[in-house]
Ligand binder design. Sequence first.
Ligand code: UFG
Length: 339
Amino acid sequence: MKVLVTGGLGFIGSHTVVELQNEGFDVVIIDDLSNSSIEVLDGISSITGFKPVFEKLDLKEKSSVVSFFEKHKDIVGVIHFAASKAVGESVKEPLKYYENNLNTLIYMLKSVLDLECSNFIFSSSCTVYGQADSMPILEKAPVKAAESPYGNTKQIGEEIITDTCKVAPNFNAIALRYFNPIGAHHSSEIGELPIGVPQNLVPYITQTAAGLRAQLSVFGNDYPTEDGTCIRDYIHVVDLAKAHVIALQRLLEKKNDSNYEVFNIGTGKGSSVLEVIESFERVSGIKLNYAYTARREGDIVSAYADISKSNKVLGWESQLTLDDAMRTAWCWEKTIRKL
Ligand code: UFG
């Protein structure tokens, strides 16, 4: 069965391609290489033994999307990762984000609706909840006003899909709301490749330990949490990748309860920034150089998932621990830096 993965050379996309191939799917990747590297294809094929079909394509060009689907009418499902994802950049360049994330989604949906088998998995984010009123966060928690244009594109993306599902009964979609994806494949063949200075905690930690950054700034230690640092739900990227395969199989086997479903993908456990640093130090044996600095604007205090719906209804649960994620993130950093 042929599956299209857009953004399939990115961090979550590449790990999902591996899990799809492991389950026997025939994968076609579209990526514009704007935030990824062609070498990821070799990483994927050295893990699975199969090089997926790859097309470098800009999904903002509607005619390219249309001609792609004319060639691939036998696609049975689409997993749509392709999007810009830097929160800070989205504040500075909102139109780039609305164009990249929404136009491309609309063009994809228009083409997917014409397929005989129109199944769609959408990369959403826990950012849609903002600072939720209570923890853990249930899927039915209210969607709060977005903190950034990036977050807004995820909210509007979900709305576009919801409205499409209302008028297209044969179209089936699942939105997966990711918490904080971290880690790398245990083979160290693929992992996260942030361009420039990392904005996210874990690549910043591993780059500091690798000597690329002098010191990690811990943004705030006066939050109303046990150790004063923010709490997040860090999910191993391999577990997250497997959730996509399970979600797609649910649609292919017509097990979905309605033609639009939403699931949280997290561990259900919150970890503080200090706990993440401790985990890194434990698995690497390295003492990390960090210092407390001011809070980062826009950071919420705490976010972790209620995972009962994804466990019971989707039939997925995370298997890997925070230590597994930090160990693989560190092995990956050492591999790419040749340490
Ligand atoms: N942090 C630091 N120092 C750093 C980087 C991060 O202390 O150098 C802290 C942050 O303040 C936060 C935690 O580490 O408390 C996690 O920060 P990340 O930037 O790794 O992740 P966020 O939770 O801020 O953002 C992630 C995704 C976004 C998504 C958001 C949803 O990166 O794409 O979750 O809440 F929108």
